[in-house]
Design a protein around this ligand. Structure first.
Ligand code: EPS
Length: 349
């Protein structure tokens, strides 16, 4: 479970169901959080934050206790907003501070209008603060804990960018594990082909200059998955369905393809073969050259609101995709090992 607003004090995440005694190296969790902040085309917020996970519960002396793990990622931007945004309480009537910037012109493609209708809120900021992709930092922290579990299970996860805008790899399915692992950590877009990556960088620069944004696609590759994770007995426990849902729940994701070529999952169950997922992201909805919208006070046609934003987040999306894949696989592995152990114990009784 995650909580926290993009411009509030912090993001928090709670992970339950972890076995006790798992060694947790928080430097690896922080490394994932740092990866999420990188990528050519990220917005100016990334220059403000340096996301780190602080343990609030569930980990003692470097190991899980078996209780729920709670992590906090403080927002360094919060002091800049404290003066203008009273999320937790309405500013006193005689407040002299600038009242927080109200948003009344919904951005098409974001949760703005539907969210304001759903929550019955006058200020669309109440919606976007939580709908923002800032929330994915909390999921990457949770995914980092899940990866510590998978490390002991021998499961490895990697990803790379295969398409940005109109530019795509010739054959994304042909990208090998070693090609992905050979991508330099400081590459601008985490694309395995340097000349294509340079053209992608140019396309992002052109989009920024036009006040536009770009979407794209990334692949997640998993090795070492033990056979038998998931289910062929219950529709809602099938591993492919669980992965598809988890990846579809990342902001801007519009399509997920699960293992159509690699044979890692057959009829809801992992086979032990390599597992591949392809995930497609739509362009970011906040445009510096905004689409037409409506002023909700006058109902007159007006340009959509403009918020600080990114131009392209596909590399960041790939890091979030790895985290969501780790959360599903760790959950399925703990469930599987528990049932296997119980069956063995029962058989030996
Ligand atoms: C993001 C933080 C946000 C946005 C972006 C992703 O920070 P801020 O709103 O203060 O700039 O930059 O979120 C969006 C563009 C969006 O529309 O959700 C982050 O930490 O990933």
């Amino acid at each position: 479970m995650t909580a926290g607003e993009s411009h509030g004090a912090a993001l928090v995440t709670i992970i339950e169901g972890l076995p006790a005694g798992i060694p947790i190296d928080l430097t690896r969790v922080d490394a994932e959080l740092a990866r999420r902040q990188r990528g050519y085309g990220r917005g100016r917020r990334m220059a403000i934050e340096s996301d780190r996970a602080e343990v609030l519960a569930g980990i003692d002396d470097g190991r899980t206790t078996g209780a729920a793990v709670a992590l906090r990622i403080s927002n360094r931007d919060w002091p800049n907003w404290q003066r203008t945004m009273a999320i937790t309480s309405a500013p006193p009537a005689d407040a002299t501070g600038v009242s927080r910037p109200t948003i009344r012109r919904p951005r098409p493609g974001h949760a703005d209008l539907a969210g304001a209708v759903k929550l019955g809120r006058h200020d669309i900021r109440d919606v976007l603060e939580r709908a923002s992709a800032r929330e994915t930092a909390a999921r990457v922290a949770a995914g980092g804990i899940a990866r510590e579990v998978l490390r002991h299970a021998g499961v490895e996860i990697a990803s790379c960018v295969v398409s940005i805008g109109h530019l795509s790899l010739q054959d994304a399915n042909a990208v090998t594990w070693s090609q992905i692992k050979a991508i330099p950590a400081d590459s601008p877009l985490s694309c395995p082909e340097p000349d294509l990556e340079r053209r992608m960088v140019d396309a992002i620069t052109a989009a920024r200059e036009a006040g536009d944004t770009l979407g794209g696609a990334f692949i997640v590759v998993v090795r070492g998955t033990p056979p038998g994770l998931g289910a062929a007995t219950s529709w809602d426990r099938r591993l492919d369905g669980r992965l598809a849902q988890a990846l579809m729940c990342i902001q801007s994701v519009k399509a997920v393809e699960v293992d159509s070529t690699s044979g890692g999952i057959e009829n809801g169950l992992s086979t032990g073969e390599e597992l591949r997922l392809t995930i497609w992201l739509k362009p970011i909805s906040t445009l510096m050259n905004p689409l037409r919208s409506v002023d909700l006070d006058s109902f007159a046609s007006a340009p959509a609101a403009i918020e600080r934003s990114d131009v392209c987040v596909v590399p960041a999306g790939a890091v979030v995709g790895e985290a969501m894949t780790a959360l599903v696989l760790a959950d399925a592995w703990i469930e599987h090992r528990g049932r296997r152990a119980a069956a063995r114990d029962l058989a030996s009784d």
